[in-house]
Design a binder for this molecule. Structure first.
Ligand SMILES: *Cc1c(COP(=O)(O)O)cnc(C)c1O
Length: 362
C-alpha cells in the first residue's frame, strides 16, 4: 500500500476510492529521441502554425469562448460527415473518458479488455465503478465469447473497445468487433476509441451510427500532430451527446485552442500524408526487426509497436543510453518484458533499428 492510500486524519473528506487509486504513472524524461507517447514525430505544419497564431491574435481574449465550442463542433461535424448535435469536444479525449465514466460508470459497471489503456481503469477506479477486465486472446484480439458473457451478465455500464487496441496495436476483425458491440444491446454505452484509426485505415462510424448508445472517440493528439493543444471529440447520437454535455464544465475548450483547431480543420490534407509516411515507416521498422534472435517485435496497426525483451529494465536503459526514450508496459498482464515504441521520423527509426539490433546481439 502506498502512503497516499493510508487514511489521513487531515484529509477525511477525500473519498476512499480516490485515496486507493495510484496516480497516473508517467515520469517525464528528457531524451533526444522521444518515442514514448505515440505523438506525431513532426510538429503541426509551420505555415498552419502561423495562420493559427494570427487567428488567435484576432480573438478577444477578455471574452469567454463559445460555451460548447459551437463553431469548432460544426467544423468537426462537417469534416466527419456527422450531425453537429452529436459532436462533443473536450480538452483531450482523456476528458471524455472521465465524462463517460460519470455518465455511465458511477455506481454501474465498466467493462474492458486487458491489457488496456490505463486511463479507462484510472477513471473507473476514481469514480467507484465496478471494473471488469477480460483478458485478450494470446494474439491480442478480443475474446469475443468471454466479452459477450460479461455483457449479457448485465449492465448497465460503459464498454470500452479501442480500435486499434492500445498498447498492443492490434486491430480486431470487423466481424469480431460487431459481435461484441451487438451483445451490448441498449444497456451499455459502447465506446470505440479510434485514437489511432488513421494508422490502421479502420473507421467504425457506420457501426456507431446504427444505435444511439454507441460512440466513436477521436483525438487531435496523434495523427494531427496537435497533442500540445489538447482536443478530443466524441461522435455519437444527439441524445447521448446532450447527456455528456451536461457533465462537461462550461467553457471547457479555450478560445486559443478553438482558433487553432479551426485552422487545422480548414487544411486537413497534411494528416493523411503524415499517416501514410508513418505507416510506411512502421513497415520498414518491423521488417528490419523481423529476424531478431532474443527480442521480438510484435506487429501493429498503430503508430507504435510492442518490443518483447527478456529483461525490460536493461532494455529500457540500453535504449535510453543511446538517446531513445520508450515506454515500459511490462507490468500489464500478457505483456511480460514488453516496451512500447512509437514510430518516429525516418532518421529516428534508423537509430532505433540500429540500437535494437545491437541489443539483440548483446
Ligand atoms: C493517446 C490516446 C488517446 C488520446 O488522448 P488525448 O487526451 O486526446 O490526448 C485516447 N485513447 C487512447 C487509447 C490513446 O492511446
Amino acid at each position: 500500500m502506498t502512503e497516499a492510500a493510508l487514511p489521513s486524519p487531515l484529509l477525511g473528506g477525500v473519498r476512499d476510492a480516490v485515496r486507493a487509486t495510484p496516480a497516473y504513472p508517467f515520469t517525464p524524461i528528457d531524451a533526444p529521441i522521444k518515442l514514448d507517447q505515440n505523438e506525431s514525430p513532426e510538429d503541426f505544419p509551420a505555415e498552419l502554425k502561423r495562420l493559427a497564431a494570427e487567428r488567435m491574435l484576432a480573438r478577444e481574449w477578455n471574452r469567454y469562448p463559445d460555451l460548447h465550442a459551437d463553431t469548432l463542433r460544426h467544423r468537426i461535424a462537417e469534416y466527419e460527415g456527422w450531425d453537429p448535435e452529436g459532436v462533443v469536444v473536450t480538452p483531450g479525449s482523456n476528458v471524455i473518458i472521465k465524462l463517460l465514466t460519470e455518465v455511465g460508470g458511477i455506481g454501474q459497471r465498466v467493462l474492458l479488455s486487458q491489457p488496456n489503456f490505463s486511463v479507462y481503469v484510472l477513471e473507473g477506479q476514481l469514480l467507484g465503478a465496478a471494473l471488469t477486465q477480460v483478458p485478450l486472446r494470446p494474439d491480442f484480439g478480443l475474446d469475443v465469447p468471454a466479452m459477450q458473457r460479461e455483457l449479457r451478465a448485465g449492465g448497465p455500464g460503459v464498454l470500452y473497445l479501442p480500435q486499434p487496441h492500445a498498447p498492443t496495436g492490434f486491430l480486431d476483425s470487423a466481424a469480431d468487433l460487431r459481435a461484441v458491440v451487438e451483445a451490448a444491446g441498449d444497456e451499455w454505452l459502447v465506446v470505440i476509441d479510434e485514437a489511432y484509426h488513421q494508422y490502421s485505415g479502420s473507421d467504425f462510424r457506420t457501426l456507431v451510427r446504427e444505435r444511439p448508445n454507441r460512440l466513436s472517440l477521436r483525438t487531435f493528439s496523434k495523427a494531427w500532430g496537435l497533442a500540445g493543444l489538447r482536443l478530443g471529440y466524441a461522435l455519437t447520437s444527439p441524445e447521448l451527446a446532450s447527456n455528456l454535455q451536461k457533465v462537461t464544465s462550461a467553457f471547457n475548450v479555450n478560445a486559443l485552442t478553438q482558433a487553432a483547431l479551426e485552422v487545422a480543420l480548414e487544411h486537413p490534407a497534411y494528416v493523411q500524408e503524415r499517416a501514410r509516411q508513418t505507416v510506411q515507416e512502421r513497415g520498414r521498422v518491423l521488417a528490419a526487426l523481423q529476424d531478431l534472435k532474443v527480442l521480438h517485435a510484435h506487429p501493429s496497426q498503430a503508430n507504435f509497436f510492442l518490443l518483447r525483451t527478456p529483461d525490460p529494465d536493461r532494455a529500457y536503459r540500453f535504449l535510453l543510453e543511446r538517446g531513445l526514450l520508450v515506454r515500459r508496459q511490462d507490468k500489464q498482464p500478457m505483456l511480460q518484458g514488453c516496451l512500447r515504441v512509437s514510430i518516429g521520423t525516418p532518421e529516428q527509426n534508423d537509430r532505433l533499428i540500429q540500437a535494437v539490433l545491437e541489443l539483440d546481439r548483446a
